[in-house]
Design a protein around this ligand. Structure first.
Ligand code: C2E
Ligand code: CA
Ligand code: CA
Length: 564
């Protein structure tokens, strides 16, 4: 934490004494090594201290002075958060005043008449050294943004609490902000910092009411090690309510993982488990609180297993691609017009695993690219086989993850697929999830724009699910909006939801984008969507995702209609 400026600059000392002779004497001793300021009474001393608070390394303070005494200065400084950190040595001839001055926060004495020069200089040197050391330690203890402890200091402190106070029932709580990167990207880092600072302050005031310590670990993750009444929901609600009041225009959602105290379990492990619980509910806005229990433990074991088995799955071709049709509903009866490739994992011991159980896991560590490129290969091969067999080309869309988009080989890989399978760019469509657009938007827009120029059709997936990119929509290089399922779910029951869907359709029309409604399950939903002018529909109403052999029947049917 020491910066070169601090090392090179001479330290600054303020000498306060009403007697010119004393000021001169001290000045003479110190001026060679230190930069000096002078004051003749307490009032001037305080003014100088305020003006140079961040630069002063020491104050030498006489006690008996006109206008304002040294004692009064000590009293004032003690109440002042900023001035309090400046060490003060008292200059006095009155031994009786020593104790009082000490109680008021003075750190040392120099008695009058002054000692030999070397003694004074040594005392001053020592005091500055000590207090700077102390400030360095304190800087290393605290995260400068939130004023909570730093991660290392917290870990050390937590271990000691555990070791020396094994009877204290301290829970491990991990608090995290949903999509913090998007909040930063959309509202600026300044705002992000303000949010973090605010949460830091709220955690500190929470800890004043109980016993415990806290730190910030990653950018947007907080660890709290505290005694609680076990009502974790109330703790989360408290923070969420405060944050809502603080940030009422930008939605900031918190999630919390808790590992309740367990006898003899070390804090490091407790926090690993609290974090695992917290990660498990990432993006699940319905359930922002997760308490570590056996289920979570099982899930964690399963996750480890899946991560472990991933490469084997690729090598042994255990991933299977299913196809879910999309229908053009502007015509009657609706016509098959494309499909989405969706992956499943046929695990030798665990059976058929749905993507919801492993995609988020692999997205978390970038390994998703392995799965994705497997699916693209498979889908591209399939399109080619059907094209040849039926002389009929049905475009199929595949999902792209964030990790794919930031991979340097993406473009080459996709072009390679098209060429080696003898496809045209129109045969393979790309779905990119909305939330990807808010993070590092610049780079993403660049990549997507290039893919689109090549001729790929780009669909924005899950539109409206997370932080809406509405304000960026007009600049986005996309062709299709895939409206998130949540909009469709209640349109039959909720007038508001239906209005929202109409609004999205209006905006899309204005921007010349076609719209796919996902998750359509009933005839009622379909009819409403058709009347509102929706172009394409995907959902269980028409079909769930199907293995290739079954999907082929839909193609055969379509081909039959085409040939009359
Ligand atoms: P998604 O891309 O939004 O895909 C649509 C999901 O909704 C699919 O779930 C599909 O089976 C389901 N769905 C379709 N119609 C209906 C309906 O009418 N009602 C309901 N309730 N659900 C319906 P699935 O196949 O379980 O996939 C879940 C998610 O996993 C996908 O959401 C996608 O984000 C991800 N995913 C699937 N395959 C891949 C892949 O190959 N790569 C990547 N990166 N992600 C994939
Ligand atoms: Ca998709
Ligand atoms: Ca979707």
């Amino acid at each position: 934490m020491i910066n070169s400026k601090q090392i090179q600059c001479p330290q600054m000392i303020l000498v306060v004494d009403d007697q010119e002779l004393n000021r001169d004497l001290l000045g003479d001793i110190l001026e060679e090594k230190y930069e000096l300021l002078y004051a003749e009474n307490g009032k001037e001393a305080l003014e100088q201290m305020r003006e140079h608070a961040d630069k002063l390394s020491l104050v030498l303070l006489d006690l008996m002075m006109p206008v304002m005494s040294g004692m009064k200065v000590l009293e004032t400084v003690r109440e002042d958060e900023e001035l309090r950190r400046i060490p003060i040595i008292v200059l006095t001839a009155d031994r009786n005043a020593e104790l009082k001055a000490l109680q008021l926060g003075a750190l040392d004495f120099i008695t009058k008449p002054f000692d030999v020069r070397e003694v004074i200089l040594a005392r001053v040197d020592r005091m500055i050294e000590l207090s700077e050391g102390r400030q360095l330690i304190s800087a290393a203890e605290h995260d400068q943004l939130t004023m909570l402890y730093t991660r290392n200091f917290f870990r050390e402190y937590a271990n000691r609490l555990h070791q020396y106070h094994p009877e204290m029932q301290l829970d491990a709580i991990v608090l995290n902000i949903e999509q913090f990167h998007s909040i930063n990207a959309l509202n600026g880092r300044e705002f992000g910092d303000e949010v973090l600072r605010f949460i830091g302050k709220e955690i500190r005031s929470f800890l004043e009411e109980t016993q415990g310590i806290a730190c910030r670990t990653d950018a947007d993750q907080f660890n709290i090690y505290c005694v609680s009444d076990g009502n974790y929901q109330a703790i989360l609600d408290r923070f969420q309510t405060k944050v809502n009041m603080f940030s009422y225009t930008v939605s900031v959602r918190l999630r919390m993982g808790v590992r309740p105290w367990r006898k003899n379990v070390e804090p490091l492990l407790l926090f690993d488990q609290a974090r695992a619980a917290c990660n498990m509910i990432r993006g699940d806005y319905q359930n922002p609180l997760m308490i570590y229990d056996e289920d979570v433990q099982m899930r964690e074991m399963l996750n480890r297993r899946l991560l472990n088995d991933l490469q084997m799955a690729v090598d042994k071709k255990q991933f299977h691609v299913y196809y879910q049709p999309k229908y053009d509903v502007r015509v009657s009866p609706p016509r098959l017009c494309s499909a989405e490739a969706l992956v499943r994992w046929q695990h030798p011991n665990l059976g058929l695993i749905s993507p919801g159980d492993f995609i988020p896991l692999f997205e978390g560590n970038g390994m998703i690219s392995l799965v994705d490129s497997y699916v693209w290969d498979e889908a591209a091969g399939q399109i080619a086989r059907w094209k040849e067999k039926y002389n009929f080309s049905l475009p199929i869309s595949v999902n792209l993850s964030r990790a794919d988009i930031f991979s340097l080989e993406l473009e080459e890989k996709l072009i390679g697929l098209i060429k080696s399978n003898g496809l045209s760019f129109r045969d393979l469509k790309l779905e990119v999830t909305e939330s990807a657009y808010t993070d590092n938007a610049h780079r993403l827009l660049e990549v997507v724009a290039r893919l689109r120029e090549l001729g790929f059709e780009i669909e924005m997936d899950d539109f409206g699910a997370g932080y809406s990119t509405l304000n960026m929509l007009s600049e986005m290089p996309i062709d299709v909006l895939k409206m998130d399922m949540k909009f469709v779910r209640n349109i039959e029951k909720s007038e508001t939801d239906f209005r929202l869907v109409e609004l999205i359709l209006d905006i899309a029309k204005y921007l010349n984008l076609s719209v796919v409604a996902e998750g359509v399950e009933t005839a009622g939903q379909l009819e409403l969507l058709q009347n509102a002018g929706c172009d394409l529909v995907q959902g269980y109403y028409f079909s769930c995702p199907l293995p290739a052999e079954e999907f082929e029947k839909l193609i055969q049917h379509e081909v039959k209609i085409k040939r009359g």
